[in-house]
Structures are given as structure tokens and as C-alpha cells.
Design a protein around this ligand. Structure first.
Ligand code: NDP
Ligand code: 2IT
Length: 444
């Protein structure tokens, strides 16, 4: 049996019941076949076996008391996956679906994503099965404080620097930071995505969505095209989705649909983002409200129907496995030309294959959504240097980083005989740097 197949089989045997982790590992390791063929020394050093085994997995109890005095217990996670090129770095997700499989798939992806940014950050991920929906401010604060009361002992500005992800935005980072500072008595850059008044970076809020659109723009430019006049569908209506839509609109595209976990809105005249922001960011309400407030807009129950809407560019920005084979085929049939993954692993393996067979330009998550963590690394640099860069400076750096990632994955794909296959290109370009660092550091 070939090396990659052997490692995958062993991974599935050792980690049964972790389907998302298997899926991410399968995509990554298959893309690395030409790399291990060229580097037999990797097999001798069990490099892939070490790459897919987290350096450390922390699972902990998070007890908290709700407003009615009832006690709840959630489960907290931090997977410190790989520190070869820098301190563990990656977000925290609070969502009822969170389990070890999901955190491990996200952590594995994060290693290569962070490598692609070109900045010195290793890979990690964490979170909890806590559901922030319907909780009061006090409950959110107490949960965050309880979560950090255990997590603090495992993280640090030079060791592991968490940030946000689904269900963790500026509000939660504030409460987590406050508790860390109180316990450790130090005001340091231990979390990113902080508020501007206590060490955050300008443009971090916008960075993932803007970065995604910068990358799709690079792909369009390389084909003599641009965003102007394109019809775009964006799934989700959270942090990544809102700022992807905002940047696409500012480049002249028309965003016609978005969703939350209950259903999607269609607005043929172009989505009014100020209304979406009011509903989702200010009121923390449901997207259904949009159709009640905007004349001519439609609301449809359920998410899947969004992929039946014809578009030139699809930007899945909500969660894993939003686009399966059937949705991908429908998008292709309706003329989609570009898919940029804002969420992590939003397309299934079968969905990716359907896009690639049809010649769709497919920009995978670990490259396309790397702008968020890249700007987190810029936040770390500003914290350490005790200084602040302007919005324009950070945005310009972000744009440069996204262009660089596009170039590097494109080159890697060509060099390894997979021209235009950005899934392979991103995996190879990200992995080569991690592999070099791991080889240099010996068997650890
Ligand atoms: P948010 O919590 O801000 O928004 C998530 C959005 O996706 C919401 O609209 C939410 O709907 C929807 N959603 C979440 N889970 C589901 C589900 N199971 N089914 C349908 N819709 C769902 O998260 P972010 O915008 O920060 O994250 C979105 C994606 O982007 C995630 O995959 C995340 O890992 C990825 N990402 C985030 C980065 C960041 O900087 N924040 C960086 C790189 C990637 P509802 O409100 O109804 O729950
Ligand atoms: O998936 C991701 O890259 C994130 N959620 C952002 C991580 C970070 O450390 O900014």
C-alpha cells in the first residue's frame, strides 16, 4: 500500500467516529501524493503520521449558571495541532454541533492555512458545544468566564493565541480577554479579534470576507475578468458573509442572496447590507426579518435552496459541508464560474470533484479564507510592537498577502503537474513549509 493510503487507513482506525476529520485529512493527504513521491525522506521520518496527530488535545468541563439559577455543563476543547512554524493559532467555535471531530478537522486545516499566510503561526482550534442563541448577555459573559477559567493555563501570547469563529465574535472575545487578564494579571496579545480600545487591529473584523473577495478578484484578473456586473450568492450572514458581500458590492458585483441557519433571502435588486447588518449585528435577529423590511425581497425556509439561484460567483461563508454534489451540479448547470470558500470545508469531496470536472475555478478554504488569520497575525505583530497601523495599512497588507497566496498555490499546482487545481496547490504550498520546519526540528 502506498504511504498516503496507509496513513489515511491508520488515521481512520485510530480515530473512528470522526467523519469531518477523515474528510479533511483525505483531501489534504491526497493532494500531497506528488510531494511524498518527490521526498522519500518524509516517509522515513514518519512525517505524515506526525502531521495528522495533534501535539496536544485538551478537553475540559465548562460549568455555568443560567439567569434562572439552573446549572449547565458544556464541554470545552482546544486542539494544539502543530507548532512547527509558530505558536498555535486558530479560532474558538461556540455551536451545539461542536465535537472533537469538528475541532480536529478545523485544526488540521488551520496548520496549512496559517503556513500559506507566510506569517509565523502554527495551527490550533478550539471551542465548545455551547449554543449562544437565545442566551442573555449575562449568560454569555458567565459562560465565557468559565471557559477561560480553564483555558487560561494552556494558552499564552507566545504559545497559543485563540480568536473567533462561529458563535465567537467581538463580544465573546471581550469577555474571554477580560477573564484571562484578571486571572493572569497581564494585558497581552493572548487573543486576537480584540476590540480597538484594548489592543485590537483595525480591519480584523472585515479581514476574512474582504480577503476572500481579494482572492477571487485575483483569479478573475488572471482570466482577464473582474467582479463588476457579476451576480454573487453568499451563504451565511455572519462575520465572514457580511464583509465578503460588502467588498464584492464595492467592486461592482450584485449580491442577490444570503442565509442564516433557518432560511435564505433573495433580493433580485441586490441585498441591502445596511439592513442585514442591523438585523444580524445589532439586533442579533433572524434573516427572515429582511423580507419584512425590504420591498420585493423574498424569504424561503431552509438553506439548501440558495444553491438553486443562478450566479456567476458562489461564496459559501457559513459552515462545513454546505455544498454537496447535487448543489454543486445545480450551480454548474446554472452557470457558476467561480467558487470561493469563505467557510471552512463548505464543499464536500464530491462537490469539489463536480466543480473541478466542470472547469469551475475553485478556490479552497485554506487559501481563500486565510485573510482572517493573517490579519490576526498582524494584530499580534502590532501588540508585540505596542503600535497601531491604520485601516489602509492593514488592508493593503491583507491584499498583498491574498495575492501572494494565490500566486504560491497556482505555482505549486503547476510545479507538481496539477495546473489549475488549487486544492492540490494550496495543500502542497502550505505543507512544504511545515514539512521543512518539522524536518529541521528533528523527531518531535
Ligand atoms: P458567524 O457566527 O459570525 O456566522 C455564521 C453564519 O453561518 C451565521 O449566519 C449562521 O447562521 C450560519 N451557520 C452556522 N452554522 C450553520 C449551520 N449548521 N447551518 C446553516 N447555517 C449555519 O461565524 P463566521 O462568519 O465567523 O464563520 C463562518 C465560517 O467562516 C465558518 O466556517 C468559520 O470557520 C469560517 N471562518 C471564519 C473566520 C473568521 O475570521 N471569523 C476566518 C476563516 C474562516 P445562524 O446565525 O442562524 O446560526
Ligand atoms: O478559521 C479561521 O481561520 C478562523 N476562525 C480565524 C482564526 C484566527 O486565529 O484569526
Amino acid at each position: 500500500m502506498q504511504y498516503v493510503e496507509r496513513v489515511l487507513e491508520e488515521l481512520k482506525r485510530k480515530n473512528p467516529n470522526e467523519p469531518e476529520f477523515h474528510q479533511a485529512a483525505t483531501e489534504i493527504l491526497n493532494g500531497l501524493k506528488p510531494v511524498v513521491a518527490k521526498h522519500p525522506e518524509y516517509e522515513n521520518a514518519a512525517l505524515l503520521e506526525r502531521f495528522v496527530e495533534p501535539e496536544r488535545v485538551i478537553i475540559f468541563r465548562v460549568p455555568w449558571v443560567d439567569d434562572g439559577g439552573k446549572t449547565h455543563v458544556n464541554r470545552g476543547y482546544r486542539v494544539q495541532f502543530n507548532s512547527a512554524i509558530g505558536p498555535y493559532k486558530g479560532g474558538l467555535r461556540f455551536h451545539p454541533s461542536v465535537n472533537l471531530s469538528i475541532i480536529k478537522f478545523l485544526g488540521l486545516e488551520q496548520i496549512l492555512k496559517n503556513s500559506l499566510t507566510g506569517l509565523p503561526i502554527g495551527g490550533g482550534k478550539g471551542g465548545s458545544d455551547f449554543d449562544p442563541k437565545g442566551k442573555s448577555e449575562g449568560e454569555i459573559m458567565r459562560f465565557c468566564q468559565s471557559f477561560m477559567t480553564e483555558l487560561y493555563r494552556h494558552i499564552g501570547q507566545d504559545n497559543d493565541v485563540p480568536a473567533g469563529d462561529i458563535g465567537v465574535g467581538g463580544r465573546e472575545i471581550g469577555y474571554l480577554f477580560g477573564q484571562y487578564k484578571r486571572i493572569c494579571n497581564e494585558h497581552v496579545g493572548v487573543l486576537t479579534g480584540r476590540g480597538l480600545s484594548y489592543g485590537g487591529s483595525l480591519a480584523r473584523t472585515e479581514a476574512t470576507g474582504y480577503g476572500l473577495v481579494y482572492m477571487v478578484e485575483e483569479a478573475l484578473k488572471a482570466r482577464g475578468d473582474g467582479f463588476c456586473g457579476k451576480t454573487v450568492v453568499v451563504s451565511g450572514s455572519g462575520n465572514v458573509a457580511i464583509y465578503a458581500a460588502e467588498k464584492a458590492q464595492s467592486l461592482g458585483a450584485k449580491v442577490v442572496a444570503m442565509y442564516d441557519s433557518n432560511g435564505f433571502i433573495y433580493d433580485g435588486a441586490g441585498v441591502k447590507l445596511e439592513v442585514i447588518k442591523q438585523i444580524k449585528e445589532v439586533e442579533r435577529g433572524r434573516i427572515k426579518e429582511y423580507a419584512a423590511r425590504v420591498k420585493g425581497a423574498e424569504y424561503h425556509e431552509g438553506c439548501a435552496g440558495i444553491w438553486n439561484i443562478p450566479c456567476d460567483v458562489a461564496l459559501p461563508c457559513a459552515t462545513q459541508n454546505e455544498i454537496g454534489e447535487e448543489a454543486a451540479r445545480t450551480l454548474v448547470k446554472n452557470g457558476v464560474k467561480y467558487v470561493g470558500e469563505g467557510a471552512n470545508m463548505p464543499t464536500t469531496l464530491e462537490g469539489i470533484a463536480a466543480f473541478q470536472r466542470a472547469g469551475v475555478v475553485f478556490l479552497p478554504a485554506k487559501a481563500a479564507n486565510a485573510g482572517g488569520v493573517a490579519t490576526s497575525a498582524l494584530e499580534m505583530a502590532q501588540s508585540s510592537g505596542r503600535m497601531f497601523w491604520s485601516f489602509e495599512e492593514v488592508d493593503a497588507k491583507l491584499k498583498g498577502i491574498m495575492a501572494n497566496i494565490y500566486r504560491n498555490m497556482d505555482l505549486a499546482a503547476r510545479e507538481y503537474g496539477a495546473e489549475g487545481d488549487y486544492v492540490a496547490g494550496a495543500n502542497i504550498a502550505g505543507f512544504l513549509k511545515v514539512a521543512e520546519a518539522m524536518m529541521a526540528q528533528g523527531i518531535v
